[in-house]
Design a protein around this ligand. Sequence first.
Ligand SMILES: O=C(O)CCC(=O)C(=O)O
Ligand SMILES: [Fe+2]
Length: 450
Amino acid sequence: MDAFVTRKKRNSTPCDSIAQEESTEIKLAILSSLHPHLEQDTLLDILLAHDGNVEATSQALRTPRLLKKPGARSAVASQASLRSFAVGSGSSDPSPASKRAKILSRKGATLHLYDPQDISEHTPCTIIHNFLPAGEANSLLLELLDEAKSFGKTTFKLFDTVVSSPHTSGFYVGSYHELQEQKHEYVYNGSRMTDVRTLTPQLEHVKMQVQEAVNREIQERIRTHYGGKKLKYQSPAPWSPNAAFVNCYNGPQESVGWHSDQLTYLGPRPVIGSLSLGVAREFRVRRILPSDDTTTTTINAAADAAGQIALHLPHNSLLVMHADMQEEWKHSVSPAQAIDPHPLAGNRRINITYRHYRAGFHPRNTPRCPCGVPAVLRAATRKRENWGRYFWMCHAGNVPGKEACAFFRWAEFDEDGDFVAGEQDGGGGNKQEKETRWEGEEQKEQEKGD
Ligand SMILES: O=C(O)CCC(=O)C(=O)O
Ligand SMILES: [Fe+2]
């Protein structure tokens, strides 16, 4: 960890401000892995109180009397239903929507939403309770509890520290051919996946039901939230999942920290169908706020943490994360103080995220950086002027024994989120020359914007 904490700042590159934003997430990931029983908000508060110093924060957490009192602590606001609030309020403000917006904008508060209509109105998600016939949900739960016995924790390298996710997971694809491709061509956090499985007949069967429901919800979302037109870069093709990540959270302390799902293989504006089984847990979402101040990373992080919304995901609920989710919001499953055991699962929660890996984003089609590791696709969220743009960057920093290089390239897509002609870069050719040219151009572009 020392290497990370005392890491020297690199020379200014186009992705420096992005790296700074990332560093708060990384610090939180390290702290989460060292103190898995603590909520991300608490870790963030204490990290801020220790000026962003991970080592001091971790030391203080090991010795509670050393804790600096954070200046502004997160409040927790519980609101069973925004609708009942709006109806019951005697305020002179005529618009229920503006009343809701006021509650939602309360900085530092966590708002608990249960009602599907509230969730759909105020988050980029929709929820369907009692999604599968009860017997089918139970049978899938039992099968996946059994599968989960052999799941592992995802570990990844963050500078000199190997961090492992505080839950276990398994990855499933549709065919043996896809399984081989996943093992030998795809790269996650700089490593290859060794445990890839084929979808069980039950996972396949449920996939078809999820597919139908998600496509219906996408159309509804377009009608009710996007003014009748799909989002720019959202794929116009029907959503057809071809992979599933299955997560197992064994006990109240198992969790997943704040993140957005990787866009690298899903492409921009992806939609994800997420089915929860077993113990009910809290799924939190918060908006990503752009910030134009590159010097106060920790303050930005605090602003970022404002206005969390907690959704409750009971057994047999399908959550659709819509196309406005990954680029504009982050999500997490926070550790719970207490849970209600489930009759079949005990303390365990199973979550299946069905995803569509786009053929155009197969690693053979996407840029590789000079270190030979496929580049990672990210949405620019740091600076207001770059909002809505995407970039490819080196992910070698997460490969054990490799240093990240300075590779950075803005990504360009057509209206439907496919690469524009000439952008594809899987075939080699004048790759090095092209990359150097791109980097130079983007450096200039960035300087103009600063
Ligand atoms: O467990 C969940 O509900 C969410 C899991 C998740 O965010 C993920 O797998 O990326
Ligand atoms: Fe996720």
